[in-house]
Design a protein around this ligand. Structure first.
Ligand SMILES: O=C(CO)COP(=O)(O)O
Ligand SMILES: [Zn+2]
Length: 219
């Protein structure tokens, strides 16, 4: 995140984007969490048990890169998997975890390809998310989720937690929220199409997205 962005501006932006996700019904109740890199020493993460629609900027937790809590309210119980993603994916500037309905419904299907929980049906899914691995079920707050994420982080901008929900990273906080929304729409389309003879993007259509937009997809 640019040094031109102050800590206060970042806190406000997290709260604004939290409101947007909550208003769209993508983080019901107190589910989900958002984090963003601040500087070489610190990062921000939404507090545990907070409602994304009612975040107070100054209550958002400040942590160091060892996971120590420096300020604000106590962080999300999933702070350690955010930390694992940042450690193993230097390009990730922000992380959004949601319990959004359609992505979470897909995460409960029992016939998924664990390497690609969703097929390449739309260009924006391929461009913003890429191959989406399904990680094994763990209870929320289980520290083994950090090890699971560490394994996939270098090659995957997003992962789907089985019977739980998506974790999405991106190059900016705004881009990460947009990508999470895009993932939710693709999951919705997939569930609408699943019992119909739908078309996936072809290999050459995916190659074109890789060339023109730098999409990362392994067929
Ligand atoms: O989504 C959640 C757990 O997976 C919400 O947990 P927190 O309220 O601790 O962030
Ligand atoms: Zn969760």
């Amino acid at each position: 995140m640019s040094n031109a962005t102050t800590e206060h501006q970042l806190r406000q932006r997290i709260a604004t984007l939290g409101q947007r996700l909550y208003a769209r019904g993508l983080s019901p109740g107190t589910s989900g969490n958002i984090s963003v890199r601040f500087d070489e020493q610190r990062w921000l993460c939404t507090p545990t048990n907070s409602c994304m629609g009612e975040l107070e900027p100054e209550e958002i937790s400040l942590l160091d890169w060892e996971g120590n809590h420096l300020g604000g309210e106590p962080p999300s119980k999933e702070y350690f998997f955010h930390l694992a993603y940042y450690r193993h994916r230097p390009a990730a500037q922000a992380i959004v975890h949601l319990h959004s309905s359609y992505s979470s419904a897909v995460a409960c299907l029992d016939d998924l390809d664990p390497h690609n929980a969703l097929p390449p049906i739309t260009p924006y899914f391929v461009m913003r998310i890429g191959n989406l691995p399904l990680l094994p079920y763990r209870r929320p707050g289980d520290v083994r989720l950090g090890d699971d994420i560490a394994r996939y982080a270098p090659k995957h901008a997003a992962v789907l937690l089985a019977n739980h929900g998506p974790v999405v990273t991106g190059k900016t906080l705004d881009a990460t929220v947009s990508a999470a929304e895009e993932l939710e729409e693709t999951a919705k389309l997939y569930l609408l199409l699943r019992d119909k003879p739908y078309r996936e993007l072809t290999r050459s259509q995916i190659e074109e997205l890789k060339e023109v937009f730098g999409a990362e997809w392994e067929s």
